[in-house]
Design a protein around this ligand. Sequence first.
Ligand code: ZN
Length: 150
Amino acid sequence: MSDLSEFYRELILDHNKNPRNRRKLDNADRTAEGYNPLCGDRVTVFVKVEDDVVKEVTFEGTGCAISTASASLMTESLKGKTLDEVKTIFEGFHDLVAGESCESAKRPSLGKLEVFSGVRQYPARVKCATLAWHTLNAALAKKNETVSTE
Ligand code: ZN
């Protein structure tokens, strides 16, 4: 059921070959770096947040096709979203690729991100797919440290 179908494979290859939003964001107010030693993937995520909305999100980095395509599709999916929506999408994506259960009823619709559903069959690839997302989370969390003690 969650095979990497031809369409999904092509979408991942396309985003690996022509990554969207792969550039440094000069006016970013939050950035973080991520590294996946298992595969050698490196990513830096740049975010500009205004009024709790992700105005702009870009990335730089090098890595395998899954990590690059994941970062590319992530930036496409999150631009214009509120921080609450980003959290929901992050949790949904994490559940999609690494969740315990296969039930998708609770998951929000993830659109193109559903292409990564096949990754759950390859545990070694889960970190490639989630690297950019964890890095984004770290970037978003940074600012909160000064506001929240959590
Ligand atoms: Zn990788």
